[in-house]
Ligand binder design. Structure first.
Ligand code: CU
Length: 472
């Protein structure tokens, strides 16, 4: 559908809406005799300069009641008659399943996981099947699922299926509804899925949650939601307090110094790369122990289309560019990627836009700090990088920049050598830390060059081309 056609459709719908409003006003006029003139029908108005909506350039699509307002109900490229597009998560895999006697069967292993939050920064977390967050369970409304959970942790655990309406014996809280799964033990959960939405699974032992034990449980609707989306992408936000030179989170701490998106911190979180004009659904879960996150997307206006438990009726959707996502809440948002570029998607809490906040506050900068506790492992001993220079004496408060993590060339290479980052501006990793990632909106030819070609793509080349095209 081209813009001219969209405009014609809009005009038709606008006329119908006007007639409908007039009809309602006439019916109620009798009850409001004191103000008959106020109920007169508004004059037919020609569309204003901001009434058009385009899938390929930033546009308003007003008035606000229009179903094209900021692309509200503008479909993607995918047909309405197709099944829902598969769900995907940067840096996290989908859990395989097999059909056994009409039941989708999944195997889940609870275990210690070493996860590289940033290149070279391996942390000891707990998760599922070697991953933190755990692999995504993807199923369809109407499925019967069997989840075989094996506990390879050194202590008991259980799994809760967050938000699912299921028989009580499979809900997960230990002792209340089931015996804990002992180390080495296995428990089988089995139930029908009558819901559709963004759900998740997690340990129901609090401190196990705080050390990483969560994963998505995505249930696609039996009939794809309309308008269809081209991409369905999930992010899970977590945070940990991992003291300087340690690898194990202190789960008792009520603070944090590491933030992760899908188990990686910015700029190591892998960018989301979409095609210009795609309709995109992002599902975002905050599984931080205590921190809520106002999530902001640059360059686009998105619609809040669902909460974890259900799709929201379109009449109640809200257009936003920042949405507060609270602990244990998942939110679905949709937008048409009509603005080419490398756009930040991030939590807007300033302390959540940083990593490993120890350069300024840890022993690395403190003159005369006692480092005897590191003597047992001299290789792990922090180098005495003394940032307190004469400048600190001149300007009280120094340092505040919270930048400058030390990375080797090889570690930087791990960040900038990923396919999803090719052609971004040189130095882009300096813009991202903590709960920050990038949504790249690329026209088809550039998308294919970045994602599917073996061409040499110099730093900055794709970005420069985007600027050139959007400037002309
Ligand atoms: Cu935040």
């Amino acid at each position: 559908m081209d813009d001219a056609e969209n405009r014609r459709n809009f005009l038709k719908k606008g006329t119908a809406a006007t007639v409908g409003t007039f009809g309602l006003s006439s019916a109620t006029a009798g009850a409001q005799e004191a103000r008959p003139e106020v109920d007169a029908p508004p004059p037919q108005q020609a569309p204003g300069p901001f009434d058009e909506y385009s899938r390929t350039r930033s546009s308003y699509g007003g008035p606000p009641d229009s179903d094209r307002f900021f692309g509200k109900l503008v479909p993607g490229r995918r047909g309405s008659d197709q099944p829902p597009v598969p769900f995907e998560m940067p840096d996290v895999v989908t859990l395989p399943w097999r059909m056994v006697d009409g039941v989708k069967e999944y195997r889940i292993v609870c275990e210690h996981v070493r996860r590289e939050l940033l290149p070279g920064y391996w942390m000891d977390l707990w998760g599922y099947n070697g991953s933190v967050p755990g692999p995504t369970i993807e199923a369809n409304q109407g499925d019967r699922v069997r989840l075989i959970v094996e506990n390879r942790l050194p202590e008991p655990t259980t799994v809760h299926w967050h938000g699912l309406e299921l028989p009580i014996q499979y809900d997960g809280p230990p002792h209340l509804v089931q015996d804990p799964i002992e180390p080495g033990g296995t428990f089988v959960y089995e139930f029908d899925l009558h819901q559709a939405g963004t759900f998740f699974y997690h340990s129901h032992i609090a401190m196990q949650e705080a050390i990483g034990m969560v994963g998505y449980f995505i249930i696609h609707p039996a009939r794809a939601f309309d308008p269809p989306v081209d991409r369905d992408i999930g992010l899970i936000f977590q945070n940990y307090f991992i003291p300087p030179n340690q690898t194990v989170p202190n789960t008792m701490a009520m603070e944090w110094n590491w933030h992760t998106i899908n188990g990686r911190s910015g700029p190591y979180s892998t960018p989301i790369v979409v095609r210009h004009g795609d309709r995109v659904r992002l599902r975002i879960l905050d599984f931080s122990p205590m921190q809520h996150h106002p999530i902001h997307l640059h360059g686009h206006t998105f619609w809040i289309t669902g909460r974890e438990g259900a799709r929201i009726p379109t009449s109640a959707w809200q257009a936003r560019n920042t949405e507060l996502i609270a602990v244990a809440q998942a939110t679905d948002l949709e937008f048409v990627a009509n603005n080419p570029g490398d756009w930040l998607l991030h939590c807007h809490m300033v302390h959540h836009m940083m990593n490993h906040m120890v350069k300024q506050v840890g022993p690395r900068i403190r003159d005369g700090v006692d480092v005897t506790r590191y003597f047992g492992s001299p290789d792990d001993r922090p180098r005495p990088v003394l940032s307190r220079s004469a400048a600190a004496q001149v300007d009280p408060g120094y340092p505040q920049m919270m930048m400058g993590m030390e990375m080797t060339d090889a570690q930087m290479h791990a960040i900038t050598n990923r396919r999803e980052t090719l052609g971004m501006r040189k130095g882009w990793p300096r813009a991202l830390a903590g709960l920050m990632t990038v949504v790249r909106v690329l026209p088809d030819d550039l998308f294919d060059r970045v994602m599917h070609s073996d061409e040499d793509i110099p730093p900055g080349s794709i970005f420069d081309e985007l600027v050139r095209r959007t400037s002309s």
